[in-house]
Design a binder for this molecule. Structure first.
Ligand code: ASP
Ligand code: MG
Length: 424
């Protein structure tokens, strides 16, 4: 008997008929002789709708209350799913994150899991029940308040529980057949990737591929837990995320580029006219760190000889931009920079591939493709297995398509199916 952990995303449980369909699938897994633990997301766009609602009553809702509100979305789907399973004649028990033993730190909105103590889940399994767990939430060890793990965090709940329960497999069910070489909503000729490494997947997730939560991949890598990403709308084999997909004996040859990711959720701030002195960059980024802001790309120019001043640009989540701008304005007197520029009409396009380590010319091909597509590059950053550029937001789709084509990733036949979801 195997222990199977399955996670169903929002579009897989979007309405009553979806929930009934998922219930059938869970029962079939149970009937095949497995122990089953299921993690659910909130139905459809519930989380976004709850966020909109919060914004209507307060422009800056307290984090504690926002988490309390958002976790209700997953409680709705877990209870309904347990009912649908009961209706099929099987015993299911739903549990909140807190009841399932998901212990986090106390950072509301992006809490980190620090421990998982799933004794109630084990008990339920021992009794022969199917355990349903609300994703994306936990309870703070210190404050005992309810926390959320950040948008898309149900994936992380699934992997964390799978690791804590020593599950045989962690299946992440979504509305596409697996991980694609680009978002099939933008590139119709995107191809499904059969296997991908944790490292590449982490870069993809960090670069905006919304299919898996970044922390979930980090977690899986730490515990060397294979993830199977697949569609809840079909029975096709999905994409496996594993440590070494190109090891000897596998038929797969390492591609130069595994995929093209894009992200429209970031904004760019430029600190104009920073005096070119020791410690100025440190002061700026310390201020941002103290405000709890995650910085992504940073570009600093050589200072202009005439003024001895330079500009520093960086990108950050758009949602954090007003906090960042306020914090930076407070230190304008100390640093004596000239002004701040803000641009939220940007997008990031990234090429990811472990194969680029050993292949020269990847950057040249990428930039030539962008030039041919008429897309201007505003910022560039690289890692060993990734090249990212910031472009104007209206150039994102063209840039993704051009890069995908330039690296021969386009499939001969359109095979990608988007089964559901609003892509929101
Ligand atoms: N419902 C939450 C969200 O939409 C968590 C999740 O779906 O994983 O972000
Ligand atoms: Mg969701």
């Amino acid at each position: 008997m195997a222990l199977v952990v399955q996670k169903y995303g929002g579009s897989s449980v979007a309405d009553a008929s979806c929930i009934k369909r998922v219930a059938q699938r869970i029962v079939a897994t149970k009937k095949a002789g497995n122990d089953v633990v299921v993690i659910v997301s909130a139905m459809g766009d519930t989380t976004d709708e709850l966020l909109d609602l919060a914004e209507q009553v307060s422009p800056l809702p307290p984090g504690r209350e926002l988490d309390m509100l958002l976790t209700s979305g997953e409680r709705i789907s877990m209870a309904l799913l347990a009912m649908a399973i009961a209706n099929l004649g099987h015993e299911a028990r739903s549990f909140t994150g807190s009841q399932a033993g998901v212990i986090t730190d106390s950072t509301h909105g992006k809490a980190r899991i620090i421990d998982v103590t799933p004794s109630r889940i084990r008990e339920a399994l021992d009794r022969g029940h199917i355990a349903i767990v609300a994703g994306f939430q936990g309870v703070s060890q210190d404050t005992k308040d309810i926390t959320t793990l950040g948008r898309g965090g149900s994936d992380t709940t699934a992997v964390a529980l799978a690791a804590a329960l020593s599950a045989d497999v962690c299946e992440i069910y979504t509305d596409v057949d697996g991980i694609f070489t680009a978002d099939p909503r933008i590139v119709r000729a995107a191809r499904q990737i059969p296997k991908i490494s944790y490292d590449e997947m982490m870069e993809m997730a960090a670069c905006g591929a919304k299919i898996l939560h970044l922390r979930c991949v980090e977690y899986a890598r730490r515990f060397n837990l294979p993830i199977h990403v697949r569609s809840s709308f079909s029975t096709k084999e999905g994409t496996w995320v594993v440590s070494d997909p190109y090891s000897e004996g596998t038929e797969m040859e390492q591609p130069i580029i595994s995929g093209v990711a894009h992200d429209r959720s970031e904004a760019k701030i430029t600190v104009v006219g920073v005096p070119d002195k020791v410690g100025e960059a440190a002061a700026i980024f310390k201020t941002l760190a103290d405000a709890g802001i995650n910085i992504d790309m940073i570009v600093q120019n050589v200072s202009a000889a005439a003024t001895g001043r330079t500009d520093i640009s960086f990108t950050l989540p758009t949602a954090d931009s007003s906090t960042a701008l306020t914090a930076l304005k407070k230190i304008q007197g100390d640093i004596a920079y000239e002004s701040l520029l803000f641009d939220d009409q940007i997008g990031k396009v990234s090429l990811i591939g472990a194969g680029m380590r050993s292949h020269p010319g990847v950057t040249a091909t990428f930039f030539a493709a962008l030039a041919d597509a008429g897309v201007n590059i505003e910022m560039i950053s690289t890692s060993e297995i990734r090249i990212s550029v910031v472009v104007g937001q209206d150039g994102v789709d063209a840039a993704v398509a051009a890069a995908h084509r330039a690296f021969d990733l386009d499939a001969d036949q359109v095979s990608a199916v988007v089964y559901g979801g609003s892509g929101r």
